[in-house]
Design a binder for this molecule. Structure first.
Ligand SMILES: Nc1ncnc2c1ncn2[C@@H]1O[C@H](COP(=O)(O)OP(=O)(O)OP(=O)(O)O)[C@@H](O)[C@H]1O
Ligand SMILES: [Mg+2]
Length: 382
């Protein structure tokens, strides 16, 4: 890769503008339980109107970070500033923040309307205004027709939307959502993702959303922070995280990746030659030359960047290896191939199924050539 994705500073990407002011500043925040750092020196800036996703494996500190933003836990050290106000010592109910919990609890004896309106009970606003806000919030999550029901008369997905409406009704400047769509099936989850984006657009609230679903993070968010063991490893737009992961952990966590361990043979700006041990051949990448000859690196190749053919690609033998089809999975819109190279390395490739045919062009045990362009991979140093 010769350059990072096009990055023009603009209103919808304030993080690229050094003059823009973040709405939430998380500065060197650590949360310790005994000798264990649940959140470890996290530094993040989040801007108004973002849908900011926190992703990472179970136990990496996502909920703990949200709880500190909401005021349900205090950092052991570090600072949290929201809308210019230092949040240390500010109780949860005085923060311009609302949180929808991972295990949200609706009041079982109350109707949907009463559940949603519950958040308004302490606000001094007229009853008809309250009524209208409940209606609006239910409309927003498309549950206007179910206001009179009790939670047990709803599906899991509908209950989750009630919880969302309840979280939105106080019109917080920042809404923290902990796995808000986890109870929904895939279709409904995708639909609700779009609704969340619409809500964000209409209400202008900043969302910080925890999800373990990487596709959801990619689809929803302006930016993603990938966490591991309490630390933030990388922050970036979905395409930056996907196309330019900075470490094997991030490349592996988001999407599927083939890793090839290698040693740099030659590094010149824009062209790096690497000896790939497991393939026993040289491969080339047009990455910018940060690395130097002799260095141990990993090449990351996304499965959709690998091309399979029964004949070698004519003329250019760079980044081409021979193998056989080891596994084949039909996934409707695409097929997943596992290719066992002559040296025994397994490579995963995705091929789009663009033709409707019972015959597969490339089938089990076929000898194939897997190839990728010099701009189809990136070099990782760790
Ligand atoms: N009150 C507590 N006392 C001790 N350890 C805690 C406490 N709360 C959380 N932890 C630990 O801190 C770590 C981070 O927990 P956290 O709930 O933030 O993880 P998470 O990223 O939200 O995980 P999940 O995806 O499973 O919800 C975990 O190892 C957890 O066991
Ligand atoms: Mg959690």
């Amino acid at each position: 890769m010769t350059s990072a994705p096009s990055t023009k500073p603009s209103g919808d990407r304030p993080w690229l503008d050094p003059a823009a002011k973040p709405q939430i500043v998380i500065q060197n925040v650590t949360k310790t339980y005994g000798a264990f750092n649940a959140v470890d020196n996290v530094d993040l800036r989040i801007y108004k109107g973002e849908i900011f996703a926190l992703v990472g494996s179970s136990g990496c500190g996502k909920t703990t970070l949200l709880r500190m933003l909401a005021g349900f836990a205090e950092p052991t050290s570090g600072r949290i500033v929201i809308d210019d106000a230092d949040m240390v010592g500010v109780p949860a109910h005085e923060r311009p923040v609302n949180m929808m919990f991972q295990s949200y609890a609706l009041f079982p004896h109350m109707t949907v309307e009463a559940n949603v309106g519950y958040g308004l009970r302490t606000l001094r606003i007229p009853a008809d205004e309250k009524r209208k806000r409940v209606d609006d919030a239910l409309q927003l999550v498309q549950l206007g027709h179910l206001g009179k029901r009790k939670p047990h008369q709803l599906s899991g997905g509908q209950r989750q939307r009630v919880a969302l409406a309840r979280a939105l009704i106080r019109r917080p400047k920042v809404l923290l959502l902990d796995e808000p769509l986890s109870a929904l099936d895939k279709k409904l989850r995708e639909q609700t993702q779009f609704e969340l984006m619409d809500i964000q657009y209409e209400v202008g609230t900043t969302f910080v959303i925890v999800t373990h679903d990487q596709d959801e993070a990619m689809a929803l968010s302006s930016r993603i922070a990938v966490m591991n063991q309490g630390k933030v490893l990388q922050v970036g737009s979905p395409s930056e995280i996907y196309e330019f992961p900075k470490s094997r952990f991030v490349a592996d966590f988001i999407g599927t990746t083939n890793f090839l361990e290698g040693t740099v043979v030659k590094a010149s700006p824009g062209l790096i030659t690497i000896y790939a041990h497991e393939l026993d051949c040289e491969v080339r990448v047009d990455d910018v030359g940060r690395v130097s000859a002799g260095q141990r690196v990993w090449l990351a190749v996304r499965p959709e960047k690998i091309w399979l053919s029964k004949e070698p690609v004519a003329g250019d033998t760079v980044n081409q290896v021979r193998g056989t089809v080891w596994e084949l999975g039909y996934l409707g819109n695409r097929s997943t191939y596992q290719i066992r190279t002559d040296r025994g390395k397994i490579l995963t490739a995705f091929l789009q199924n663009d033709r409707r045919t019972a015959e597969r062009a490339i089938d089990w045990n076929d000898t194939v050539y897997a190839s990728w362009e010099i701009n189809g991979a990136i070099v990782l140093e760790s």
